[in-house]
Design a protein around this ligand. Structure first.
Ligand code: PGA
Length: 252
């Protein structure tokens, strides 16, 4: 059985005091939930603060990025071990904003995946097609390439703590969500790709999250799809009440 995961990607939002306020409100809102893995990914500067605030709770800490080297002359970068040291259990890699704004390639993202596996950290690998690619009927090719290159060389042990987030770029922050059927189609395809690269058991165990304008009003229908195992939430994760409602999704 795949335990659902609802992860909040706070992106470039919240100072320490604001992050503390948000996470404290969230803690109360999700206090009784045990059957969902609840994850928050604040900005680097607030990780320690949030980490201390969620100690002993049902909320897990993630980082939004990492660098694939452990230490060295890499000005401005942060390594997987350093993120583990402040309490992170997962790191998001391959987010489309980093692919687009910072030019991150599948190869570079794959280096991060290997560094995270080496550091025994969970990986949330984001993939997804742009509107242009979808309209040009290239969606399946893009997903195939991002899965193949993103997971290249990762062994079965690394796959045990790897989560994939399917985020159609045209649905991120736009208010446009993929329909439940579009999400299910993409998720089923990604699961088939994992089976092709590994085996049936790994395909069945790997969680695939949907991301892109997930809100309290659409989460229930999305979570009802058989291959949707959770959500990666941006905008709606910045409001504790909305995120708590998403975490408390009800299958229809
Ligand atoms: P959104 O962002 O929920 O604001 O669309 C999702 C994401 O980028 O992970």
């Amino acid at each position: 059985m795949r335990k659902p995961m609802i992860a909040g990607n706070w992106k470039l939002h919240k100072t320490c005091s604001e992050a503390l306020e948000l996470v404290n409100e969230l803690k109360n809102g999700v206090i009784d939930i045990r059957d969902v893995e609840i994850v928050v990914a604040p900005v680097y500067t607030t990780l320690s603060t949030v980490s201390a605030a969620i100690e002993g709770t049902n909320i897990t800490l993630a980082a939004q990025n990492c660098y694939p080297e452990a230490t060295g002359a890499f000005t401005g970068e942060v390594s997987p071990a350093m993120l583990a040291d402040v309490g992170c259990r997962y790191v998001i890699i391959g987010h489309s904003e980093r692919r687009q704004l910072l030019g991150e390639s599948d190869e570079f993202i794959n280096c991060k995946a290997h560094a995270l596996a080496e550091a025994d950290m969970g990986i949330i690998l984001c993939i997804g097609e742009t509107l242009e690619e979808r309209e040009a009927d290239q969606m399946l090719d893009i997903l195939r390439r991002q899965v193949r290159l993103g997971l290249k060389g990762l062994d079965e042990a690394a796959m045990a703590s790897l989560v994939i987030a399917y985020e159609p770029v045209w649905a991120i922050g736009t208010g446009k969500t993929a329909t439940d059927e579009q999400a299910q189609e993409a998720h089923a395809f990604i699961r088939a790709l994992i089976k092709e690269h590994y085996n049936q058991e790994i395909a069945a165990q790997t969680r695939i999250l949907y991301g892109g304008s997930v809100k309290p009003g659409n989460v229930d229908a999305l979570m009802t799809q058989p291959d949707v195992d959770g959500a990666l939430v941006g905008g709606a994760s910045l409001k504790a009440a909305d995120f708590a409602r998403i975490v408390a999704f009800e299958k229809q």
